[in-house]
Each structure stands twice: as structure tokens, then as C-alpha cells.
Design a protein. Structure first.
Length: 171
């Protein structure tokens, strides 16, 4: 069975093949980066709520798994809680985006996630804080803190369901 490749290809032919692969892979890389920029913009619109990645995939005409990989790549440098200390120091979303070289929409989504987690833990933690105390600490309004606590509750419930289903499947 021959596929047109010989074991000992002439050097110039091998170089042309390698150049073609480099060109094609560079083209794919550029298109992936452009798609990630579109995913970042749409994350600013849809957020990370249930079904958001499916809606983004439908908008872009790609599969959900492609969007999932893109979201993972966008958040790879934004581990949990990375933006919160800088936000407390007074940094704006635009400044954080410039510092981390990320689109502002990605920073906003990550910061919202961090704020929700912090507000939830502060409200239900030991010692428990009131909405007003949390609002004063983070320079937020009380309704915003309430919204973040509810979002944190929903995230915690979703994590609990995910782990419960995983544990049930393992048994």
C-alpha cells in the first residue's frame, strides 16, 4: 500500500512538505485565536450560565466541545481568585484586562465568579457577615452583594450536584 510518501524523500520535497504543514498549522492557529476572541465577546453577553456554551457554539457554527476548549483556554491563566485582590486595591476591569492581556469580557466574567464565591463564603462563613459589611468591604452596593450571594448559592448547589452524580456513578 502506497500513499505517495516514500521513505527517503529528496531533501527539497521534504522541506516543501514541512513548509506546507507549518503554513496550515499557522492558519489553524490564527483562526482559533480569532474564534476565541469571538467566544470571549459572547461570554460577556451570555455569561457562564447553564446552556451559554451551547448558545455560543450555535452562534459561531462550531461544536459545544470546541467552545468548551476555547473557554478553558481563555480561563487557563485566570485561576480562582486571581483578580479579587487587585479589585480590592481599586483596579478596574480595563486595567486588569491590560495587565493579564485578556479581553475585558473574560476578566468581567472571572471577576463576577470570584466575587460571587467570596460573597457566598463571607455571608455563610464563620464569622458570618451581613450584606452591608460585605458591600463596604468590596465597595459594592447591597443589591449587588445579594445577587452575588444568590449566584454563589447556585454555583455551590451545582458543584454539589456534580460531585453527587460523579460519586453515584463510581459506586
Amino acid at each position: 500500500m502506497s500513499n505517495g510518501w516514500t521513505q527517503n524523500a529528496p531533501f527539497d520535497k521534504a522541506c516543501r512538505r514541512a513548509g506546507g504543514r507549518r503554513h496550515y498549522n499557522a492558519w489553524r492557529h490564527i483562526h482559533a485565536e480569532l474564534r476565541r476572541a469571538q467566544v470571549a465577546e459572547l461570554l460577556g453577553v451570555y455569561g457562564l450560565s447553564h446552556g451559554a456554551q451551547a448558545r455560543i457554539a450555535e452562534c459561531l457554527g462550531v461544536t459545544r466541545s470546541t467552545v468548551c476548549r476555547d473557554v478553558h483556554a481563555l480561563f487557563a491563566g485566570t485561576s480562582r481568585g486571581v483578580f479579587l485582590p487587585y479589585y480590592r486595591k481599586g483596579w478596574t476591569v480595563a486595567e486588569l484586562a491590560r495587565a493579564y492581556r485578556l479581553p475585558p469580557s473574560v476578566v468581567r466574567v472571572a471577576l463576577d465568579r470570584d466575587l460571587a464565591r467570596h460573597c457566598f463564603r463571607s455571608y455563610y462563613g464563620e464569622p458570618a457577615k451581613s450584606y452591608g459589611e460585605i458591600a463596604a468591604e468590596l465597595r459594592l452596593s447591597v443589591p449587588a452583594v445579594r445577587r452575588y450571594v444568590r449566584q454563589g448559592e447556585a454555583d455551590a448547589l451545582e458543584d454539589y450536584r456534580r460531585y453527587a452524580l460523579r460519586d453515584a456513578a463510581e459506586q
